[in-house]
Design a protein around this ligand. Structure first.
Ligand code: DSN
Length: 406
């Protein structure tokens, strides 16, 4: 066990001494982490508040009810389920609740910034058990809503998934809902990446346009790993049983006992996301992201869609003559942590693609601002130009020391 303890300490040191620029990662505050390692971990509570299959749940019931009510208030929805273990199980629960095997689903292609659970063909649950069709971004890097409409009219999917993992632009919920309404499809908005932005009012909310909204809780929301499934008023108008169906799909359909420590940590994070300081934090994420994008562009880096509206920057490295994996390995040596990522129309495979993906939520949590984004762009450029990674790493560590983690 000493070995594991040492490795935990080493990982904590690594997180403190490096620039966490993977857009889906963040530093959860101490209160969230304390809840996660509390004795709530010891309890089984299959079922829902007031309807459990195990005794001894009087406090767990209260905790889960608070998490549900906080989610409903934060996102202005009439129903929330807080038990999904993470984003992929949450999306799977929506499909299990509302679709039959073999139904047609329409989601954004992985190479255009979609997620595996949005119907990625052949190898995923969503691509194997349903007839999956995929829409894409256009040559400009923006979602091609006209092509989406044409495809939706041809395919007539039962559900359209509007959601992204590496899309740097605003999502046009009204355009999605117009298409879904025209073909009679359910609209699922997966806001996993932008949930914090939506909660803070910095990105438009999908709750008027979508029937169901899913999100993870550990990205821009800065909570524990976990997920929410929310049904909107529109969803309940379409199917008054939609919420009940989703509850049943999560438990007993897909999962057993909820992770109660995770539920408590979600409640803490969602409460924090209602604060003025959280709004200020999210606004700074965008300022930082736009600054980093502008600086990288000024150094000759080609950005998919030319820039960013959110916390994500996707660099197309083709003009730079380096592949994403090779570059991200070099960046890691300098203490700059990013992930290699496919770009739209990528000529290379997903395990060795032409891009890298960056995001500013974690460095913004540390309190970094415009000046630091300019430094980070400079570090990235110097790694590209072949400056000593050891030398850059020293500068990265010194910058990190000035901005402690939560
Ligand atoms: N793996 C997450 C991301 O990095 O965006 C999405 O599930």
């Amino acid at each position: 066990m000493t070995k594991i303890k040492n490795l935990i300490r080493k990982e904590e040191k690594r997180q403190k001494e490096t620039l966490m620029l993977i857009p889906s990662e963040n530093y959860a505050p101490k209160e969230v982490r304390q809840a996660l390692c509390s004795m709530l971990n010891n309890k089984y509570s299959e079922g829902y508040p007031g309807k459990r299959y195990y005794q001894g749940n009087k406090y767990i019931d209260q905790i889960e009810s608070i998490a549900i009510e906080t989610a409903k208030k934060l996102f202005c929805v009439p129903y929330a389920n807080v038990q999904s273990y993470s984003g992929s199980p949450a999306n799977s629960a929506v499909y299990m609740a509302l679709l039959n095997p073999g139904d047609k689903i329409l989601g954004l292609a992985l190479s255009s910034g979609g997620h595996l659970t949005h119907g990625h063909p052949k190898i995923t649950f969503s691509g194997k058990f349903f007839q999956s069709f995929q829409y894409e971004v256009g040559a400009d890097g923006f979602i091609d809503y006209e092509a989406l409409e044409k495809l939706a009219k041809k395919v007539k999917p039962k559900i359209i998934i509007a959601g992204t993992t590496s899309y740097p632009r605003k999502l046009e919920w009204t355009l999605f809902s117009q298409v879904a309404d025209k073909v009679g499809a359910i609209l699922l908005a997966d806001i996993s990446h932008i949930a914090g932005l939506v909660a803070a009012g910095v990105h438009p909310s999908p709750v008027r346009d979508a029937d169901v909204v899913t999100t993870t809780t550990h990205k821009t929301l800065r909570g524990p790993r976990g997920a929410l499934i929310m049904v909107t008023k529109k969803g309940l108008r379409r199917d008054p049983d939609m919420a009940k169906k989703i509850d049943r799909a999560v438990f007993p359909g897909l999962q057993g006992g909820p992770h109660n420590a995770q539920t408590a940590a979600i409640a803490i994070a969602l409460k924090a996301a209602q604060s003025e300081s959280f709004k200020k934090y999210v606004k700074q994420i965008i300022i930082n992201s736009k600054t980093l994008a502008k600086e990288l562009k000024s150094k000759g880096f080609d950005l998919v869609s030319g820039g960013t509206d959110n916390h994500i920057i996707l660099i197309d490295l083709r003009q730079k003559g380096v592949l994403g994996k090779e570059f991200s390995i070099k960046l890691e040596k300098a203490g700059i942590i990013v992930n290699y990522n496919s770009i739209p129309g990528d000529p290379n495979p997903p395990n060795n693609p032409s891009g890298i993906r960056l995001g500013t939520p974690a460095v913004t949590t540390r309190g970094m601002g415009v000046k630091e984004m300019m430094l980070i762009a400079d570090f990235i450029n110097r790694v590209y130009l072949g400056d000593s990674v050891d030398k850059i790493n020293k500068e990265v560590k010194s910058l990190c020391r000035k901005f402690p983690t939560l």
